[in-house]
Design a protein around this ligand. Structure first.
Ligand code: BES
Ligand code: ZN
Length: 438
């Protein structure tokens, strides 16, 4: 059965497309029957062209271009909802495609897929070789913190919608929580990243690197939520799994790093992205600003939905719109430090979360997910996305906190860290506060 979330999503996407047309399209394209450009998985495209095919002004849909299993095509705006329903039934995707304001935007997505390494400089080398730092981080994690943060985010705000006051308030709440963790660390900043066209800011915490400050390690998740009825500012979208769980996971890793007094070699940034649910808008603005400024991003890990165990395996490593070397790094981290956790690979079939925004800019990004795609929590994007769906426990989310903490500890250090040359005593925080010496 089709879920309410999808029709609501299509309303949002259609509205965005219409506003993009209104702002960006040349007058000739503004005619409403000229269609909407979308990108979607080749499997999804085949579904739309088989059986009783979706037509564009009476003609079969055309694959205008393809790259890496993704097709760009043009559909009539009135068919967007029907297409979403077909894809939801066939693939359990909610939306299942990205809508674009123009053919050029759709082509830009394919171009980035063809040439993902657009960023200048030497590609990052990922090595699993910092056991002391990882064990220190793992020893500091507290499972109780995570559930508290999920409860706060999913019950304090009616919704965290990108364009409603409560969505902006939720961002401020996260900023204040992270600021409290950073008290006593004048080198650490916590900032709102404002987005000019909507109310909700993103939140960014920065721990500057000591010896490699220009290389940036990112851990992030989206802070917004969505559900049916989003035109009403008071609509209910608790978003406990999607994605209070991811923000709580990011938050606990940040808390642990600061509690340890960790001074990483690379700069570490924790991010809560605005407006993911309406087209990865917050993360796209951030990633594009980083590309414009030539920021050297070493790695990005996305956490979006970590609380619901829907598969036999604990962790799903998403393989599309992500970096293969970074995925291998995460798999090695799992096997090395977290052998009690099982993992599989899975694919969304489209750029299903903020990792896509980084990938589109040529940066290496990964996405580790709560279940195999399709076996995830189906209450998302509804008033039913509460802690009840995952038994009011953060047991599953805690696995992702451990993984994310190990990832940050490994990625933030390069080569042998003399601080730990003689080993590190877990429980002792003094070593972390020493100034790093080369
Ligand atoms: N958390 C979801 C993505 C997701 C859902 C991944 C189910 C895997 C399984 C995310 O918040 C979301 O809804 N993303 C949108 C992306 C779109 C707006 C570009 C989606 O999936 O429709
Ligand atoms: Zn999400």
């Amino acid at each position: 059965m089709r879920r309410a979330c999808c029709s609501d999503r299509i309303g949002v996407l259609a509205a965005l497309v219409i506003s993009w047309f209104a702002v960006a399209a040349p007058p000739a394209l503004a005619a409403s029957d000229d269609g909407v450009w979308i990108t979607l998985g080749a499997d999804a495209f085949e579904t739309l062209t088989a059986g009783s095919p979706v037509l564009f002004h009476g003609h079969p849909l055309e694959a205008a271009d393809r790259a890496d299993g993704v097709v760009a095509t043009r559909v009539e705006a009135k068919d967007l909802e029907r297409i979403s329903a077909r894809l939801h039934d066939a693939f359990e995707r909610c939306a299942g495609f990205m809508a674009h304001g123009s053919r050029a935007e759709a082509e830009a997505v394919l171009a980035r897929l063809r040439a993902p390494a657009e960023v200048e400089g030497t590609p990052p080398v990922y090595a699993v070789d910092h056991p002391a730092e990882v064990q220190a981080m793992l020893g500091e994690l507290d499972a109780n913190q995570i559930l508290g943060t999920i409860h706060s985010l999913s019950t304090t705000f009616n919704n965290r919608y990108y364009n409603h006051p409560s969505g902006a308030n939720a961002a401020t709440w996260i900023r204040n929580l992270w600021l409290a963790y950073a008290a006593g660390r004048p080198d650490v900043t916590v900032e709102l990243f404002d987005h000019p066209s909507f109310a909700q800011p993103s939140v960014v915490m920065t721990i500057p690197g000591t010896t490699l400050p220009d290389q940036v390690v990112i851990l992030g998740g989206h802070l917004d939520s969505i559900a049916s009825g989003s035109s009403n500012p008071d609509f209910s979208a608790p978003g406990a799994d999607d994605n209070a769980s991811g923000i709580a996971t990011v938050t606990e890793v940040a808390r642990a790093m600061l509690a340890l007094g960790l001074e990483p070699q690379r700069t570490v940034k924790f991010m809560g992205y605005a407006a993911e649910e309406v087209g990865l808008r917050g993360s796209q603005e951030i990633a594009s600003a980083y590309a414009t400024d030539g920021v050297d991003v070493f790695s990005v890990l996305q956490l979006d939905m970590t609380a619901f165990q829907g598969s036999t395996e604990d962790v799903s490593v998403i393989t599309d719109f992500t970096s293969a070397p970074l995925n291998t790094f995460l798999e090695e981290i799992l096997d090395t430090y977290l052998p009690d956790l099982s993992w599989s690979t899975s694919a969304c079939g489209y750029a299903c979360s903020d990792h896509g925004a980084w990938t589109f800019q040529g940066y290496p990004a990964a996405f580790t997910f709560e279940a195999r795609f399709g076996q995830h929590n189906h209450q998302i994007h509804s008033t039913g996305d509460t802690v009840t769906t995952f038994g009011d426990t953060a047991a599953h989310a805690f696995k992702f906190v451990r993984l994310a903490a190990a990832y940050v500890a490994e990625a933030a250090y390069d080569g042998l860290n003399p601080l730990f040359a003689d080993g590190f005593e877990t429980g002792s925080t003094s070593a972390w506060t020493l100034t790093f010496e080369e």
